[in-house]
Design a protein around this ligand. Structure first.
Ligand SMILES: Nc1nc2c(ncn2[C@@H]2O[C@H](COP(=O)(O)OP(=O)(O)OP(=O)(O)O)[C@@H](O)[C@H]2O)c(=O)[nH]1
Ligand SMILES: [Mg+2]
Length: 253
């Protein structure tokens, strides 16, 4: 069963994308298993087939170890790795064509601790992909966009799995803005022009050097504009994931 992990900064739209894309796959007659790996979430926009909250309870951890909410979330993120066999068994029981995994709200709990890469490596030996979300509202400013490129490169550096980049929440920005951000992702000169025009001083210098450094790594961040409210772009996401998961592409797209 190929697995796709949905990653992005807090509030970037991971859970709603998991819900919308899961529904889209079902409507396209594909069997999909949806896994919630966020131990701290209270309400989800989908009914998970497999739920880490059955095995790790943040409230209990706070009480048992006298932790605050953040400390308990960090501990919970680490404890997820111990539950991997149970999660794997639950996923196998669903027996789907595709598994979508919604990851913890704060990206660093999954991407920048030991447990996330361990889980991605161990959950399956079948093809995997990472979907990384760029929030369109946040990415309108080239400085924010470049910061997100940097975070995305850092995520790639943690997992070394094929990575697909989505521009989420496109229904919230004018179409020309979304197109412009997508252009930056396809054409470094367009991004460099925006940096020259819209940023000044050290912000300009930093952004320009950062985008060049990431370019030198050979990473691409071709963004697929999507909306989990209108389903815009989900066909495109599916085509891209199918290509990656069947062909085992090595590079970011
Ligand atoms: N208009 C619009 N709102 C969206 C879209 N995707 C997500 N949202 C909203 O953005 C907010 C955050 O979305 P979530 O899907 O919870 O994001 P998340 O990355 O899972 O957030 P955390 O797990 O809490 O970090 C919610 O209010 C969503 O309704 C979208 O495509 N369009
Ligand atoms: Mg979420």
């Amino acid at each position: 069963m190929p697995i796709t992990f949905i990653i992005g900064t807090a509030g970037s739209g991971k859970s709603l994308f998991t819900a919308a894309f899961g529904e889209w796959l079902k409507m396209s007659k594909q069997d999909v298993a949806i896994v919630n790996l966020d131990p701290g979430v209270l309400k989800l926009p989908y009914s998970p087939d497999v739920d880490i909250r059955n095995y790790v309870d943040v409230g209990n951890l706070m009480e048992k170890y006298g932790l605050g909410p953040n400390g308990a979330l960090i501990l919970a993120a680490d404890l997820i790795a111990d539950q991997i066999e149970k999660v794997t068994r639950d996923i196998e029981e669903v027996d789907a064509d595709m598994v979508l995994v919604d990851t913890p709200g704060q990206m660093e709990l999954f991407a920048f601790r030991a447990s996330g890469p361990y889980i991605v490596d161990e959950l399956t030996k079948e093809p995997k992909a990472i979907v990384y979300l760029f929030d369109a509202v946040f990415s309108i400013n080239p400085l924010n966009y470049v910061s997100n490129m940097f975070l995305s490169a850092a995520v790639y550096n943690r997992f070394f799995q094929p990575q697909v980049h989505l521009l989420s929440k496109c229904d919230l920005v004018p179409k020309e803005q979304a197109d412009r951000i997508a252009d930056w992702s396809a054409d470094p000169r367009a991004l460099e022009d925006a940096i020259e025009q819209e940023l000044e001083g050290s912000k300009r210098l930093f952004s320009r050097n950062m985008m060049r450094a990431i370019g030198q790594l050979g990473l691409k961040f071709l963004l697929i504009p999507i909306s989990s409210k209108t389903n815009q772009g989900l066909t495109n996401v599916n085509t891209t994931l199918e290509r990656i998961l069947s062909g085992g592409e090595k590079y970011t797209t």
